[in-house]
Write a new protein. Sequence first.
Lengths: 132, 196
Amino acid sequence: MTIFRPLMALLVALLLTACSASNMGQLEVDENGETVTRVYSNNSLLSSRISVPDLKQKKVGDLLYMQATLENDWKFQLDFQYKVKFFDADGFELQPEAQPWRQVVMAGRSQNNIKAIAPNPSAVRFEIWVQE
Amino acid sequence: MRRVLTMIMLGAAVALSGCSTVDYGDAQARETVNTDFGSTDLQMIASKMVDDMLVFPPIVQLTQSRRPVVFVDSIKNKTTEHIDTESITDTIQSKLLNSGKFRFVDMTKVESVREQLDYQSESGLVDPNTAAQMGRQIGAEFMMYGNFSSIVKREGSTKDVYYKFTLKLMNIQTGIIEWANEKEIRKTQKKSLFGM
């Protein structure tokens, strides 16, 4: 019986750590590219630790090009992924399956610039999504 | 003792069957099963190359009023893994094509095209007014090619893999490389006692 208890405890621990789901938060940028609205999703903790102090956009040729400064407001390293979604004037997302999640590792209280270019000239707006 | 053994077997059965479900996942999500080249690496490389090429000022100027024709040569795989590098160039080609900035010729289909042209001009079954003419294809102006290399290091239970993908765009007529860029990826795997 003395062997049985630690063994069961170990099995329970393994079961609990085996399958973990990642949560997602969203940082939304409005159409004029100046105001940043933080939208809480099912991972408000991650969203609350990231802010966007600076945001730029310009046209490169006829393609929309964006740069966002992400700031880790937490004092520890933050390891997360982001995705930039581009939308046309009618609000349709452009090539949603062509935009991968990109990994970023930020030291505590640090800033990192992320950049992305629209997949085609019809993009007028973008959103930055983050997930663990 | 028999009761304990039964409970252990029951626990083991639960542990083994606990997470063996099959489900669809996000194809764009981060994949970190091991340090081998994976879907996330492919997507990161393609995005980085396309993003960089489309904002490079001479390329912006070049594609301002026309869509240059590009031919994709193979990517030399110098890594220790078997990697389908054509899959990487296919993704890059699709993204560039969809951007509306470039057009491509597919050298892997030359024979099929020749057969179809021969059929249209010689079989007598195709209306000559609608048959595609020989010698009307547009020649490629640029060639896209590159290298893919890796450095793998192991120390105890730690494995470190460094990938470097280089892509170049050469003007076929002048031989000048108009654009080139690299994407580096580092992946480290540390095995702990329970393999988590």
